[in-house]
Design a protein around this ligand. Structure first.
Ligand code: ADP
Length: 186
């Protein structure tokens, strides 16, 4: 399952797959504030990137303390195919009235800014916050895609390709349908 669209000078790709296998320059980890291998995506990324991803995450945690929601940091990709891992913390879903959409957009933007700063041209995101953190996938997909679209339009050529690597067919469909709604807005 794969879908592609042009956004400004960049390519947006939606696909069903496993983010730890992605060969983009950077992959994004849906991390926890402690940067420990806790969650589902995070566990898989730390396992496949072992030991250097975890070692660097521990060092960053020690030097700068816990990550706030919406912040992002970068480590090596260790043994992963990707050269870099960008770790960000998405919001826990509390029903949508605790600033969740703004915080989720902030997390995506922080990753995109970090990639731009480092000259990274291709990046793959998982569906941040829609697993253990409970954010409804249809709502999260809209925030994620709108944030990426705005970034790519506002920073032409900064990134060549942004991918969303969705773990299930249902998630892929949710992102695909959200894109149709957003693209239609012009
Ligand atoms: P969060 O704490 O941000 O909710 P999770 O790790 O629980 O993060 O999961 C976020 C999303 O990523 C979920 O939809 C989950 O099914 C999906 N996911 C889990 N493992 C992988 C993987 N290896 N590649 C891509 N997506 C994954």
């Amino acid at each position: 399952m794969r879908f592609e669209a042009e956004v400004g000078k960049s390519k947006l790709v939606l696909l069903k797959g496993d983010i730890t296998a992605e060969e983009t320059e950077a992959i994004v980890n849906s991390a926890n504030p402690e940067l420990t291998p806790g969650g589902v995506v995070s566990g898989a990324i730390h396992r496949r990137g072992w030991p250097r991803v975890t070692e660097e995450a521990v060092r960053i945690r020690r030097e700068r303390g816990r990550l706030k929601t919406g912040e992002a940091v970068i480590t090596t990709g260790g043994n992963l195919p990707a050269k870099w891992v960008i770790h960000t913390v998405g919001p826990v879903w509390h029903g949508g009235t605790k600033g969740e959409p703004e915080l989720l957009a902030k997390a995506y933007r922080a990753c995109l800014e970090l990639a731009k700063e480092r000259g990274i041209k291709t990046i793959a995101f998982p569906s941040i916050s829609t697993g253990v953190y409970g954010y409804p996938v249809e709502k999260a997909a809209e925030v994620a895609l709108r944030t990426v679209k705005e970034f790519l339009e506002g920073n032409p050529g900064a990134l060549e390709e942004v991918r969303f690597v969705l773990f299930s067919e249902a998630d892929f469909t949710a992102y695909r349908e959200a894109w149709e709604r957003i693209a239609g807005e012009g």
